[in-house]
Design a protein around this ligand. Structure first.
Ligand SMILES: [Cu+2]
Length: 328
C-alpha cells in the first residue's frame, strides 16, 4: 500500500483517539455528560425541531445525540452538494469535449474527507450513542428499581398495548404482581388476564389511558421501570417529553426505565390539580386506528401517587369481593 495512505489511516486512528479523549475530558463532573453545547442543543430541539424539552436526565443525552447527528448530516449534505455542483461545473462538456479515462490524479483530499467522516461517526458512536444505550438499557439499574419498588422508593409498571389503546398494571398495596392466566385474558375488560375469582388480587389496572381521567400515573423524582408488551401486533410506546420510545412486541416483555424530574417540569404547564399530563403516542404503524392510538401519562408528586395507588388498590380489592359475593 502507498506510504501516503498508511500515514492517512494512522492519522485517522490517532485523530479518533484524540477526539474521543477530548470529548470525554470535557464531561461535566456532576452529570458525567458532555454539556459543552447544551444551549445550542436546547435551542435546536425546542426552536428548530419544535420538540418539548425533556423532563428526564437521560432525555438530555438523547437530545445531544439527535442534534450532533443532525449537525454531521447537515455538514455532509452541504459538503457533498457543493462537491456535486463543483463536479458538474468543472467536468462540463464544453470544458472536456473528449472523455478523460484516467479520472482524478490525486485522491488525497477525498480520502481525507472520507476518513474525517469516519472519525466523526466513531466519536458520535463511542462518546454519545454507546453510553446513552448503556444508560437506558442498564440491567443492574432495572433490577435496582424493581428491588426498590418493594420498599416504595422505585416503581414497576407493566404496559400492555393493543389495537388501539394502552393499558397499565401496578403491583398495588401488597407490592406484588399477581399471576396472569391467558385463559382469563379478554381484550376489553381483563387484558392482563387476572383471575376474576381471586379476591386477594389488589393489582391496580388502568384499563384504558385514552382519556385524561384514566391516565397512567407516575410519581415525580422516582425511578420507574416499565415492562412493555403487546396483545396483538407490534406497537411502540412513546412519550416525547420523557424521551422514552420502546417497541411493544407480542410475546416479548421489553424493559425501559426513566425518572421524571420535578426541576424540569414547567410550572406553567401544570393543571389545576398540580399535575403534569403528557401524551402517549404509538410510534409503530399498527393498523387503521394507529393515528388515534393516543393515551395520557400523568406525572404527580410522590405523596399524591401514594394516595392514588392506595385508594385504587383498596377499591380494586373491594370490587372483587363484591363481584364474587354477587355471583354467589
Ligand atoms: Cu400504532
Amino acid at each position: 500500500m502507498n506510504k501516503k495512505y498508511i500515514g492517512l489511516i494512522f492519522g485517522a486512528i490517532m485523530g479518533v483517539a484524540v477526539a474521543v479523549y477530548l470529548v470525554n475530558s470535557k464531561k461535566d463532573e456532576g452529570t458525567n455528560t458532555f454539556t459543552a453545547f447544551d444551549p445550542t442543543v436546547e435551542y435546536t430541539m425546542t426552536e428548530l425541531f419544535k420538540s418539548p424539552p425533556p423532563i428526564t436526565e437521560h432525555g438530555k443525552n438523547v437530545d445531544r445525540v439527535l442534534v450532533f447527528v443532525h449537525v454531521l448530516m447537515g455538514v455532509l449534505f452541504v459538503g457533498w452538494s457543493l462537491y456535486f455542483l463543483y463536479c458538474i461545473f468543472i467536468f462540463r462538456e464544453s470544458n472536456h469535449p473528449k472523455a478523460d479515462y484516467h479520472g482524478a490524479r490525486s485522491k488525497f483530499w477525498t480520502t481525507l474527507a472520507e476518513y474525517g467522516v469516519i472519525a466523526a461517526e466513531v466519536v458520535l458512536i463511542v462518546c454519545f450513542a454507546i453510553p446513552l444505550w448503556a444508560e437506558v438499557m442498564n440491567d443492574e439499574e432495572l433490577a435496582k428499581i424493581k428491588a426498590n419498588a418493594k420498599n416504595g422508593s422505585g416503581l414497576e409498571i407493566h404496559i400492555l398495548a393493543k389495537q388501539f389503546d394502552w393499558s397499565a398494571r401496578y403491583a398495588g398495596n401488597d407490592n406484588k404482581f399477581s399471576q396472569q392466566g391467558i385463559r382469563f385474558a379478554d381484550k376489553s375488560n381483563n387484558p392482563f388476564g387476572l383471575d376474576p375469582d381471586d379476591t386477594s388480587i389488589d393489582d391496580v389496572v388502568v384499563l384504558s389511558a385514552k382519556d385524561r381521567k384514566g391516565a397512567i400515573v407516575v410519581p415525580a423524582d422516582t425511578a420507574v421501570a416499565l415492562k412493555i408488551t403487546s396483545m396483538d401486533v407490534i406497537h411502540s410506546f412513546k412519550v416525547l417529553p420523557l424521551r422514552v420510545c420502546k417497541d411493544a412486541i407480542p410475546g416479548l416483555q421489553l424493559p425501559i426505565h426513566f425518572e421524571a424530574k420535578t426541576k424540569y417540569l414547567d410550572p406553567n404547564e401544570e393543571n389545576k390539580d398540580g399535575e403534569h399530563v403528557f401524551l402517549i403516542t404509538c410510534a409503530q404503524l399498527c393498523g387503521d386506528g394507529h393515528g388515534s392510538m393516543n393515551g395520557y401519562l400523568k406525572v404527580v408528586s410522590k405523596t399524591k401517587f401514594q394516595e392514588w395507588i392506595k385508594t385504587k388498590s383498596d377499591a380494586t380489592q373491594q370490587a372483587r369481593r363484591k363481584n364474587l359475593a354477587a355471583v354467589k
